[in-house]
Structure formats: C-alpha cells, structure tokens
Design a binder for this molecule. Sequence first.
Ligand SMILES: Cc1cc2nc3c(=O)[nH]c(=O)nc-3n(C[C@H](O)[C@H](O)[C@H](O)COP(=O)(O)OP(=O)(O)OC[C@H]3O[C@@H](n4cnc5c(N)ncnc54)[C@H](O)[C@@H]3O)c2cc1C
Length: 620
Amino acid sequence: MDIKPLEKEKISYSELEELEKECPSQEKEKKNGISSLDDEKDIISKNILSDIHQYDVIIIGGGLTGLRAALQVSNAQLKVAIISKVHPLRSHSVAAQGGMNASLANVPGENETVDNWKIHAYDTVKGSDYLADQDAVEIMCREAPSTVIELEHMGTAWSRLENGKIAQRPFGGAGFPRTCYAADRTGHNALHTLYEQVISIDIPIYEDFFVTSLVTENEYCVGCTALEIRTGKVHGFQASAVLMATGGFGRLFNSSTNALINTGDGQSLALNAGVSLKDMEFIQFHPTTLYGTNILITEGARGEGGILINKNGERFVENYAPNSLDLAPRDVVARTIDIEIAEGRGFKGGYVHLDLRHLGEELIKERLPGIRQISIDFAGVDPINEPIPIQPGQHYSMGGIDADKDGKTSLKGFYAAGECACISVHGANRLGGNSLLETVVFGRLVGDAIIEEISKGPNKEQENLEPLKKAITKIDSKLKNILSRKTSENQFKIKESLNKTMSSKFGIFRDRVVMEKGILEIEEIKKKLSQVKIDNKELALNQAIIRLLELEYLVQLAETVAFAAMKREESRGSHARTDYPSRDDKKFLKHTLTSLQNKKISVSYKPVVLGMFKPQERVY
Ligand SMILES: Cc1cc2nc3c(=O)[nH]c(=O)nc-3n(C[C@H](O)[C@H](O)[C@H](O)COP(=O)(O)OP(=O)(O)OC[C@H]3O[C@@H](n4cnc5c(N)ncnc54)[C@H](O)[C@@H]3O)c2cc1C
C-alpha cells in the first residue's frame, strides 16, 4: 500500500530546519563546538533528517493486535496510523495454525456437558499455574464468543460443523472442544480479514518502517522515531497515544517456531523508555515442532486425535499426565518429551514421533492440510502414511511489557497489547488458542481505553516538537557511528552464540550453576556487540543495520530473561528449575518486573491479581 501521510499533518524538511534555527539549545551546542544538525552536511545526515508526522494515535505493529486496535480508534474518528517493519500480512500472526478459543459451546463436552466462559477462565488460570491476573483473564474469556462472531461478520471463514455452526476442536489444558479454527490456517484467515477492513477505510500504513525509539517528555510518551527502510531516512511520529503491538521475541532462541522478525523490538524499546517488563522468565516451548526445522506442528494435530510415541512405540505421555494425556498443557508435554529424549527413549538426533495415521486420509486433508504439506515439504514425510518426527521448540513469550487490563503502562500515553505485552492472561504457561484470542480482544479493548483517554482533552506535552527532533538527531548519530566503525566483529556469529546460550542455559530445564554460566556468556556477547562492523555504508535498504538493531534488542532481552529466571527459585509453568523443583506460592506467587536502572537490569516484584480461583496444585 502507498504511504499516504496526510499532507496537512506533515512538517517538511525546510520547516524542520526553521524550527532547528529557533531552538536555543542548538545555538549553545554550536558555541560549545558540538556539531548541530545545520552543520552536518554529510550524506548520511541529509538522508536521515526527514518528516515529522502527527496523529492522534500511532500503532506500532501490523499484526492482529495492531490492526484490530487501529480499526477501533479509527471508528472513533481519531487520526491513526500503523507502523510496521514488514508488510502487515507478513506479521507473524499470519502463521498461526490451530485456532482461537471461545466458549461458544458448539461442540458438547464429555457426557453432554456445556462449556461457558467461567470454565474457560478456570482452564486458563490453572494452565497459567496461577500466575495470570484473574481480572484480565475474566475479561478475555467473557469477550471470547463475541470476538469470534465479530471476526466472522467481518469475513473470517471459520471451519464449520455439519449443522453449520462454527467448528471447535479440543486443545491442550482445555476441558472442552473450545478452539475455533479455519482448517490449520487460522491466523492467515483472521489477519487477511482485519487487513481488508483496515485498507477499506484507508488507515495510513507506514510499512517497511523500523521503529528505533520511543520519545518521551516529562514522563509522557509523545511519539516515536522510525527508520524508513527503503530510503534510509529517519522519520518522527508524534501522537497523543502510542500503542506497542510488536509481537514476541522467539528469535532469542536457537530452535524457534517464530518468524525471523520476532526479535522483541517493542519490549526493548519500552525498557529503554523506562517501562518495566513483566515475567520475562516464562518462555513457552511448544511440544511439537518439526524435527530439524522447528516449523510448528499445531496442537490441533493432537486435538484431532494425534498421539506422541517414543522409539519403543510407547504412548509415553500417559506416564506423566494420565488424565489429559497428549492434550495436557504445553509446559507439561514439552517436559515429558525432553525427559524421554534425555533418558534415551527418543530417536537418534533427539526427537519423538507424532502419529496421525489412524486419523485417516480424509480428516487429515480436510482439517490439517497445511500440516500435511509442511511435513511433506520439510521432512519428506506424508503423515497419512508415516509418523511426523517432532521435538520441542521455543514458541511464545509469556512475558512482555508490563501493562494492565486496559493496556496502560507506567508511561503516560504509552500502551501495549498482544504478544509484546504482559497484560498477564497467560501467567507462567499459555494455553494454545488463547493468544489469537488475546490479540483481538485486547486490540479492541485497549483501543477503547485510548479513545477514552484522548477524549479527556489535549495533551500539552504533544505540542512541543523539540523532544522528537532531538530523538531524530540521536538516532542519526547512532546510525552514523555504527556505519563509521573500524571494528571487526561479525553480528551473525554473535547472534548464533546468543541463540546457543539461551537455548542451552535458559531452555526447558534450568538450574543456578548453568544459568550463571549463561549470564557470563551474555556479558561477553554484549561486549562484542559494540564492536560489530557493517560493510554496507548506505542507509537505504541496509538490511545489515536493521539486523544489528534487532540484535541489540535481543541481547537486552536476554539479560532480562536471565536475571528474572535466576531469581525465581521455584518451578512454575514453563519455568522448570531442577534445583527448585516445586512451586513455591509463599515466596513466588508474584510477578517479576525487570527494569533498567543506571543502564543495568534490576529485578523487583509485584502481586498477582487473584480472583475467582484459589491457587491449587496443578494435576492433569
Ligand atoms: C507458528 C505459530 C503458530 C501459532 N498458532 C497459534 C494458534 O493457533 N492459536 C493461538 O492462539 N496462537 C498461536 N500462535 C501465537 C500467535 O500467533 C501470536 O502470539 C500472535 O499472532 C501475535 O500477534 P501480535 O499482533 O501480538 O504480533 P505479530 O503478529 O507478531 O505482529 C507484530 C508486528 O509488529 C511489527 N514490528 C515489530 N517490530 C517492529 C519495529 N521495530 N518497527 C516497526 N514494526 C515492528 C511487525 O512488522 C508486525 O507487523 C502461534 C504462533 C506461532 C509462532
């Protein structure tokens, strides 16, 4: 889509120069001999100084969360724009396979029991190992049925039952067949639906714009800066509210189901703007990713009846989760697979089998066509005739930007939702199908919270362009500095060692001694990061510089994961410590907060919001 910033909202290069002249701090800087913008005549600087765009609301991220929020605020006649580092349809939401949870009760449970939102909330809180905030869970589960219907009305083609109702399949940790799906391409379907809606009402989309900083003034978020990848220019975006919807940070790990773009930019940008991250130690490892490539094999495959088998032909999950079997929650199943492999009951190379053969050709073709194709294309295995080789892989980031149920953060005017946020509906372990739900429910509701806040009146901080101009200059010199380095470190090797460190030291099982080594390794990686050399000196279309900025974000997040994990001396959900194997509600029924204090990561805690469900031992 063409970029169409509204002409009247755009400040031209020459106007910006005029403003620079009026700026007294510039004069002072000149006298002190510090170079000012006017003095900087080199090519990079000219490329960088560009437009400032003004909106009521800026949404960073064009995935399900960002698109849904954009529709909401646009419907309230607010001027909104979306910024995305890739075309919105390449956002990682497009890859979601299995489905979206909602207690529609279209398929009865055992003994003809009927689902409802409270049972959904209970399953979610239990699945979270009681770390989810129950006020947020309640909202999500109550809103789920109307959210699925709303998507249907917008055009999402859900799979149907024979009676014409929206189809639902069982997913892990759920007491009912609750997951609504569009074959095994649910995210693809939903994302296209919302994108169509967004372009039909001409919401401006700045695509291939890479956000480089949040801009703050007097404890207010007043906008952000973004590098236009195509031209190499840095733009400024000024707004009364900024919503971060940038997705997860799975690419911190070696074997991940996540897209290469999932580098946690939003979480790191928030951290640098003074906002805490919450529960970063809770990383989800999905039990079934294709051996070797780690492409996701949806939980829907087990939902349809697929079973896990070790090299001895045993259905091993029954030894660990006798009631829920293969449909126990992900943390439980991922650990069982890891144990089977570690104890020598996996296949050579480190995998087990997911067997779908008994489901039959017709069902596989109808409900799992994408999974069949992935298995054929990437493993040379047709699941109609052969079992699929699978191993656990990193999949989801439960932690993220500390936000309340309205998406509000500690920084005024700055909101977060979707996977980059921790509104805390997933706690220590997310149930499959709850994340797509979260994106659309909170995309809408956080949109409402923003509308309400803006309706209270103009925000004075927004009238001052100075902070934005300073931020543009700062990014300008940062990029210049990087390009002028005479050092020699290779960023791709650094990324590789970061991934190895995180997977081997902060993976499914953790302990103090190993994590201590990991922290030292991250320290070393950090040192090397400032020595990275980039050969391409052009800013336009310079993918190497984008990758480096992403790597900087990842390294910072690695530290938050490491420190948070080290300090949580218990096992809860996806955080399994061999040196502290039990859950410890007395000491750790609380959220971890990581923040930046004097450029160092500091860890603190805050209480979990309890409610309808009292913490109990989790048995499946
Ligand atoms: C393979 C796979 C399958 C999944 N299947 C399911 C499922 O079946 N059910 C379920 O509930 N969940 C599923 N999930 C999880 C779910 O898909 C994601 O959590 C969810 O889609 C995230 O949506 P989002 O809107 O938060 O972010 P995303 O869809 O990841 O979008 C992030 C956006 O932020 C933008 N962005 C990031 N950084 C920057 C930057 N610096 N500057 C500008 N823009 C930026 C990106 O361009 C992108 O547009 C799956 C996840 C994976 C990996």
